[in-house]
Design a binder for this molecule. Structure first.
Ligand code: ZN
Length: 366
């Protein structure tokens, strides 16, 4: 078993400018660091080094995604507009996605990083891998950047897997606190890509992510949303994985499982209202690793998305990396006791109701 890890300092140079959280600074809004800044990612990578885990992973190198590869998902006009703005002084990719000069190339390197990690998993160089890339990708739509995402990293990597590696069936599990609207939209009519998103109900984007969005045409039934109510913690997340995600994966039998790994479902996240702890991320990883071993020849790829608590994201990531690699650092999450003993982690009826409906959707796959 070998676990790959992919990172590049260039990812940290993607400049989202100043804001108050995500709200543009100016007038009566004092400038602050944009919520989607390098710090959470850099601290995650640094913690892995400090606890002596980094050297035990296979060091994967990113490459630049070619324009032809990006065009497998995005429209030529959109790609050209990003390039033109990036070559000038930067701009906005669409809905709330500011970027600075040179971000076109950094976004190419982010997408190419997920593709390189996918290559390593599919070719068997590694058993599984984590791509700590930036900018993220799961909100990006074919003709528009959204929610800090410029290019749809995972979707482009999946189209690459199909074109180059002859991979047919792929499942995406999105545990970012926000809805994976981009991935859903891109594969909505495609029965060969099962997309599942577990997120906070009606959060971002508020108009999508509902239980009723189940795919269309030939893809009907191959999109499952689990919009958990705000405040969901340990039990609703793990029940979702046991009752919806795992059964759907066993029924669908993908050749590869890709996770849109956002850590903004964490209890300390400023852009989410959920209560996920590092142990819950560890257990969700354990479940996916188990399913991947049984149906996908162990092939499991995690691609970084959101996560905005600079203090807590590193410990969530550490738990995931320990579980993925089967190697324990011996370092405990210093926040774990306080976040585990706080009330509200049990399954409440209004959460169970959502999971039951999603469970029915998963059953239709078998
Ligand atoms: Zn997110």
């Amino acid at each position: 078993m070998a676990t790959g890890f992919l990172f590049h300092e260039k990812y940290m140079w993607h400049d989202t400018g100043s804001a108050a959280l995500w709200y543009p600074a100016g007038a009566l809004v004092q400038p602050d660091v944009h919520a989607e800044n390098p710090e959470t990612k850099r601290r995650l990578r640094n913690l892995l080094e400090v606890v002596d885990l980094l050297d035990h992973f296979i060091d994967l190198k990113p490459r630049m995604a070619g324009e032809d590869e990006i065009l497998r998902v995005h429209t030529p006009d959109y790609v050209q507009s990003i390039k033109a703005k990036s070559d000038a002084r930067g701009g906005n990719a669409g809905d709330g996605t500011p970027f600075g000069p040179g971000s076109y190339e950094i976004a190419q390197l982010s997408t190419g990083g997920v593709m390189a990690a996918l290559d390593a998993v599919v070719e068997g160089t590694v058993t599984n891998a984590y791509a700590l890339v930036r900018p993220p990708g799961h909100h990006a739509e074919p003709d528009m950047g959204r929610g800090f995402c410029i290019f749809a990293n995972i979707a482009i990597a999946i189209r690459h897997a199909k074109a180059v590696h002859g991979i047919d069936r792929v499942a995406v599990v999105d545990w970012d606190v926000h809805h994976g609207n981009g991935t859903q939209k891109i594969f909505y009519e495609d029965p060969s890509v099962l997309t599942m998103s577990i997120h906070q109900d009606s959060w971002y984007p508020s108009e999508s992510g509902h239980l009723t969005e189940t795919g269309a045409g030939a893809g009907e039934g191959y999109n499952i949303n689990v919009p958990l109510p705000a405040g969901s913690g340990r039990a609703p997340y793990l029940e979702t994985f046991k009752r919806v995600v795992a059964p759907a994966l066993y029924a669908f039998k993908p050749e590869l499982i890709v996770v849109a790994s956002g850590f903004d479902g964490s209890i300390y996240d400023p852009l989410g209202r959920m209560m996920v702890t590092s142990e819950v991320y560890r257990e969700m990883t354990r479940i996916l690793k188990g399913v991947a071993a049984e149906v996908a020849g162990h092939r499991l790829l995690l691609s970084h998305e959101g996560g905005y608590s600079a203090a807590y994201v590193p410990y969530c990531g550490l738990a995931v990396m320990e579980e993925l690699s089967g190697r324990n650092s011996g370092v405990e999450d210093p926040f774990l006791e306080s976040v585990s003993t706080v009330g509200g982690h049990q399954l409440y009826p209004h959460q169970d109701e959502v999971i039951q409906q999603a469970e029915a959707l998963a059953k239709r796959l078998s």
